[in-house]
Design a protein around this ligand. Structure first.
Ligand code: MRU
Length: 364
């Protein structure tokens, strides 16, 4: 997608130096800072402190991380150690394990002198596949949007789409998952307007989704997270679409904290609630999302403090609570399958239940 009119990906391979360039998302939306990753430690740190984030992008970055490790030492012991370091960075997004397993599976049968080359090629392949996957998700999502638009009383009015967190191109290699259909609708000339929820505490909606949509020229309005129910109740939302960090084999969905409340409110007001997911985000080994998906616990400081840009243009963090306030910071929640209208995948639209997902599994 584009930044200031120039096409970019959220992670770009540097072939000469065999490194990876990322947009450091901790500086967005105020500064577009590129950062070079050259070592296993660089990649692990970038995932851990959320310079890169979003399930598919975490996976792609981890794949480069394994390459960096194997370039130094391609023994079985080093491979497993690097796998474990990267795997421990963030617990909820299954794409991390998916990408690490994929690279490990590909390189393991080879001798140590060939492994780094194999890992580099696999990291590139993961990135290319991610772009194609997300484009396909966008096409399927666009069909759903067209159908919803056609049923509106005033079909010339914009389609009002609500999303949460950032499941756009900054969360993937390109296009995004939930935002991909929005881009494709906009590019196809459909009138679309996006309700962007702030996504406290880290504000991925306010900082990242708003940044992306602004750069692409898609009309959007920022709302505080608590406004979602009100807008759904007033008929101001035609469809909700979000991304996900892990889907169970029975269709439960983990996504950024606050997603579950949106799903409940959408159900109450009969508004479709779609989850855009690449197949790489489905964890086929688990069924019950509430019991089995690990939920990341993050620092209380993210809740008690807020970062921003001062009037003088300096990035600052301010305390918003009484000194010493205890805070709990669950990074994700689980939306039960029953609240999900359907899953939008690269293979098409599937009901969020075990039987339908078995059909999807058979297609892979
Ligand atoms: O904590 P984050 O910013 O990594 O959380 C990201 C999300 O919750 C996204 O919605 C999800 O990873 C899907 S990204 C296509």
């Amino acid at each position: 997608m584009k930044i200031h009119g120039q096409p970019h990906r959220s992670i770009e391979a540097e072939h000469d130096t065999r490194s990876a360039r990322i947009i450091d998302q901790t500086f967005l939306p105020h500064q577009v800072e590129w950062r070079e990753l050259r070592t296993l430690e660089d990649a692990a740190e970038a995932i851990q402190v959320m310079r890169v984030r979003g399930a598919p992008l975490i996976g792609a970055t981890a794949a480069f991380g394994l390459f960096f490790a194997l370039r130094e030492d391609a023994s079985d012991v080093a491979l497993q150690k690097a796998y474990d370091i990267l795997h421990a960075t963030r617990p909820t997004a299954i794409n991390l394990r998916w990408a690490l397993d994929r690279v490990k599976r590909v390189v393991s049968p080879y001798g140590v002198e060939e492994r780094a080359e194999m890992a580099w090629n696999e990291a590139l392949a993961i990135c290319e596949a991610d772009v194609a996957t997300n484009h396909a998700i966008g096409e399927h999502g666009l069909e759903l949007f067209r159908a919803i638009q056609a049923k509106k009383a005033d079909s010339s009015a914009p389609l009002n789409v609500m999303t949460h967190c950032n499941a756009g191109w900054l969360a993937t290699v390109d296009w995004g998952t939930a935002i991909s259909p929005i881009y494709q609708a906009h590019d196809a000339g459909m009138k679309v307007h996006v309700w962007v929820s702030e996504t406290r505490p880290r504000g991925q909606g306010a900082s990242l989704t708003a940044f992306e949509l602004k750069e692409h020229g898609v009309p959007y309005t920022l709302i505080v997270d608590n406004n979602a129910g009100h807008l759904l109740q007033r008929g101001l939302v035609d469809v909700v679409i979000v991304g996900t960090d892990r889907v169970t084999a029975h269709g439960d969905v983990a996504n950024k904290i606050g997603t579950y409340l949106k799903a409940l409110a959408a159900k109450a007001h009969d508004v479709p609630f779609y989850v855009a997911t690449p197949v790489s985000t489905i964890d086929w080994t688990i069924a019950d999302g509430i019991r089995e998906i690990p939920i990341e616990q993050r620092s209380a400081r993210e809740v008690t403090h807020m970062p921003g840009l001062s009037a003088a243009g300096v990035r600052e963090e301010v305390l918003i609570t009484p000194e010493g306030t205890q805070a709990r910071n669950d990074g994700f929640d689980v939306t039960p399958a029953a609240l999900v209208t359907a899953l939008v995948t690269e293979y098409g639209v599937f009901a969020a239940n075990a039987a339908s997902l078995q059909q999807l599994q058979a297609k892979r």
